[in-house]
Design a protein around this ligand. Structure first.
Ligand code: GLU
Length: 433
């Protein structure tokens, strides 16, 4: 049995495995290595699952509004397509690189398998700070990127969705570019679209709703109810802000929130609707008057029942993880805990609800959107909410049962379920030729 501890990569591994020693890809591979060991996967299967199935790297020239031309790197990675088409978001951020996209694509594979969606895992990215460009410039970048990755995507091949820095409007441009090139309208090529062109009710808040379902299930195991819980949330974007809203509505005390500019603390609980209004006005949670200003590092260390990291990868590392005083960490973001951070939290007895389960609500409703588009028949919001709640409850129960039966962390249990389902699909299909 070979495992892939980050520093002892076997000589036989494909080159790209050898290169990634730190960062999100190294962490994702370390997680896979642990699952491969528990599942006793053979070396060949392990290597196959540690490596992307297909990758495309494109250069996107943009004519800026002032007439100058700027180039960007773009990527689409299909980590695995054995259980169905690739599925995963498209990220616009200045931190995007190929290894990050590979890591995120791998997480999508396990995530889709954990909640039993008939998909593989994929991810895309463009190295661009979207906030520094006009809507027209972003539209041109998106259309050119779509045109470059066109051979790889499609409703039966690989279906993008929003992620950091992209939104409904980005998905509308992708759908339009793809459809115009094919000659007819193909709504199922992306999910997370506006309702007017085949989006699903409930999609914009689905990831956050899923986070709240898994949070409730996790704390219920120790007799705590959402309405009695105190929560701190890092990140006030699509996931964090709506999670704060739903938790506040359900009576939880959201005592801390933050965005990239800083954070807020109020021991009695923040007035989340008022924070939303402040963000609408100013673009940030910072300077909200009815709270104490704190830093992001201080937010992670708040004494709360639940900490929800809902921003970017790697925020709970070997130094910040030591400061965590929450009893539960519910990972709204993808990969917020490094391998070292995970070990520190486990040793301290903090229960971590892993990203591939906790934030799966987004891709679950993406799946519902794709099903609705394929059958051209639209479901009501209560139907979607109920189906999402069922999936999340079932996903949590499967993971928690395995964790209990085999004395595993929730992360290892979720990975084992995801990895096993994918490995089984490989085995049943067999190798071609
Ligand atoms: N970007 C989201 C995620 O990381 C959603 C992906 C999707 O819906 O395909 O899970």
């Amino acid at each position: 049995m070979t495992t892939f501890p980050v520093d002892e990569t076997p000589d036989t591994a494909p080159t790209d495995i050898v290169t990634a020693r730190t960062g999100p890809l190294a962490d994702a591979r370390a997680q896979l290595a642990k699952a491969a060991e528990i599942l006793d996967l053979d070396d060949g299967m392990h290597q196959m699952l540690a490596t992307s199935r297909r990758e495309i790297n494109v250069t996107i020239p943009l004519r800026r509004d002032d007439g100058t031309v700027e180039l960007f790197s773009g990527y689409r990675v299909q980590h695995n397509v054995s259980r169905g088409p690739g599925k995963g978001g498209l990220r616009y951020s200045k931190h995007v690189d190929l290894d990050e996209v590979r890591a995120l694509a791998m997480l999508m594979t396990w995530k889709c398998a954990v909640v039993e969606l008939p998909y593989g895992g994929a991810k895309g990215g463009v190295t661009i700070d979207a906030r520094s460009y006009s809507p027209g410039e972003l539209e041109r970048v998106t259309r050119r990127y779509t045109s470059e990755i066109m051979p790889m995507i499609g409703p039966e091949r690989d279906i993008p969705a929003p992620d950091l820095g992209t939104d409904e409007r980005t998905m509308a441009w992708i759908m339009d570019t793809y459809s115009v090139n094919k000659g007819y309208t193909i709504p199922a090529v992306v999910t997370g679209k506006p309702l007017e062109i085949g989006g699903s009710l409930g999609r914009p808040t689905a990831t956050s709703a899923g986070v709240v379902h898994t949070l409730a299930a996790a704390i219920a195991e120790r007799g705590l109810r959402t309405k009695d819980a105190s929560v701190a949330i890092q990140g006030f974007g699509k996931v964090g802000s709506h999670a704060a809203w739903i938790l506040h509505e359900q009576g939880a005390r959201v005592v801390g929130v933050s965005d990239e500019f800083g954070g807020l603390f109020r021991a009695e609980g923040l007035n989340i609707p008022a924070v939303f209004k402040h963000v609408e006005r100013t673009g940030s949670v910072v300077d909200f008057p009815e709270a104490q200003a704190i830093s992001n590092t201080e937010l992670l260390a708040l004494e709360v029942d639940v900490l929800v990291p809902a921003a970017v990868e790697g925020v709970l590392d070997d130094s910040t993880a030591r400061t965590v005083r929450a009893r539960w960490v519910v990972e709204g973001a993808n990969g917020p805990t490094t391998a070292a951070g995970d070990k520190i939290l486990a040793d301290a007895g903090v229960v971590v609800v892993p990203d591939i389960l906790a934030n799966a609500g987004g891709v679950v409703v993406s799946y519902f959107e794709w099903v609705q588009a394929n059958q051209a028949y639209w479901w009501t919001l209560p139907e979607i909410e109920e189906k999402l709640a069922d999936r999340m409850r079932k996903g949590y129960a499967d993971v928690a049962n395995l964790a209990q039966r085999q004395d595993l962390s929730l992360r290892d249990a979720a990975l084992c379920i995801g990895v096993r389902r994918v490995a089984e699909a490989h085995e049943i299909r067999g190798l071609y030729p």
